[in-house]
Ligand binder design. Structure first.
Ligand SMILES: *Cc1c(COP(=O)(O)O)cnc(C)c1O
Length: 411
């Protein structure tokens, strides 16, 4: 069988029918320039050494692979390991592709970074690398996300970025992406659009998977040294899919390693809802072309994108990475979902059993682990990606636990 570990399945940037580059004429040379720089960089020893130095000395890699002995005992089944991406500089896995893209932007002589952000984590990571590399920075954020992630807005501004709340549409991630694309079309030569997940037109999905794949490579080495074995299951939450691809990529050709992606089940999932109370693309979504790539989207019959909803801003998005769609349709990965309340239960359990406060996104993956572990024998191993730490969710989670922390007033 052909290896799945290739950074693209064909020249047009497709994974089977998914992916590609469906963009305005004006953007094509920009994407071609980026694609060429990317494929050149990953063959360049100097580039790779510089990136590795940033990962290890700036971000704090390798992140720990931690055996959750208390949680394992409590659930009474498979051994649970947590890959702690929350211990990265800026608190999540997103710094991995931000450092990579910032290095590429520098190589291309760009003066300015722009980005969209949902949870605020990607904006924070982008503003961070912009400061580090001496680049100007503009961050677009849906106005709703802006309100629910004000601490991140504060920090982005301290880092020197201009943060723009986008008032259009549902005022969430999708609307921020549209604003960023408009900016790129207006400023094609000096600006790099630092896209924050494995979505968007080619080369973003492959490029961000490449930069995130450090996660799975570390897991392989760490797990073998701790247990002498490969994992039986890998579990990750899926917003756009970058932390999941980061964990999965290294193991795609290891047929015995099963992989599960967990979407946001929100409040409830109804088949024909006009406005989704979830963001589970593989439950009620369908294939379409949106924002420059082909994948699964939550959309109406006439192709209108539906509003989505989740307790975690990072999973609250109507589309999903094309490689995730491909791996799902070919049966390599299984997709499931966790509801808001399941994520909160997982959040509380991890905090109390292991002393780790995880991001709400990551708690969706953990919720699946909590269901799965007791059904497996004790010799099985589950690795789940703890994509971020929980600091950023303080205001949302405190409200859920009935703790009045003096919610931010907005501005
Ligand atoms: C952004 C974010 C996610 C979702 O994005 P992916 O591209 O699907 O990984 C998950 N977890 C955390 C902590 C995030 O900040």
């Amino acid at each position: 069988m052909k290896s799945l570990k290739t950074y693209i399945l064909n020249k047009s940037g497709h994974f089977g029918q998914f992916g590609g580059r469906y963009i305005p004429e004006l953007l094509i040379p920009i994407m071609e320039e980026l694609e060429a720089a990317f494929y050149e960089a990953i063959k360049d020893k100097g580039f790779k050494a510089e990136l590795a130095d940033l990962y290890y000395n700036y971000s704090g890699r390798p992140t720990p692979l931690y055996f959750c002995s208390n949680l394992t005992k409590k659930l009474g089944g498979a051994k649970i390991f947590l890959k702690n991406e929350g211990l990265n500089h800026t608190g999540a896995h997103k710094i991995n592709h931000c450092l990579g893209q910032a290095l590429l932007a520098k190589k291309l002589g760009k003066k300015r970074l722009i980005a969209e952000t949902g949870a605020g984590q990607h904006g924070l990571a982008t503003a961070t690398v912009a400061a580090k590399f001496g680049l100007e920075c503009t961050i677009y954020m849906g106005a709703k996300d802006y309100q629910r992630q004000l601490p991140n807005v504060f920090f982005m501004e301290r880092l020197g970025a201009t943060v723009i709340p986008v008032q259009h549409g549902g005022q969430i991630l999708r609307d921020a992406i549209n604003a960023a694309l408009k900016d790129l079309i207006a400023n094609p030569t000096d600006t790099h659009y630092l896209l924050g997940t494995v979505c968007g037109p080619h080369p973003y999905p492959v490029m961000n998977t490449y930069f995130q794949s450090i996660v799975g490579r570390e897991v392989r080495t760490q797990l073998i040294s701790q247990t002498g074995k490969l994992p039986d299951y890998l579990v990750a939450c899926v917003g756009g899919g970058s932390n999941a691809m980061g964990l999965f990529y290294e193991f795609l050709d290891d047929k015995r390693v099963r992989m599960i992606g967990v979407e946001a089940g929100g409040k409830r999932i109804l088949e024909n809802d006009k406005k989704c109370e979830h963001a589970a693309r593989f439950q009620t979504g369908s294939v379409g072309i949106v924002e420059g790539f082909k994948s699964y989207f939550l959309q109406n019959h006439d192709g209108q994108i539906k509003e989505t909803s989740s307790i975690s801003a990072g999973l609250d998005y109507s589309g999903v990475g094309p490689q995730i769609a491909y791996l799902h349709d070919t049966g390599r990965i299984r997709m499931t979902y966790a509801r808001d309340k399941d994520a909160l239960t997982a959040y509380a359990m991890l905090a109390q059993e292991e002393g780790i406060i995880a991001a709400l996104e990551s708690c969706h993956a953990l919720s699946q682990v909590i269901k799965l572990a007791p059904t497996l024998s004790k010799d099985k191993i589950i690795v789940f990606n703890c994509s971020g730490r929980g600091d950023k969710d303080l205001f949302i989670v405190s409200k859920q636990f009935g703790f009045d922390i003096g919610q931010n007033t907005g501005r």
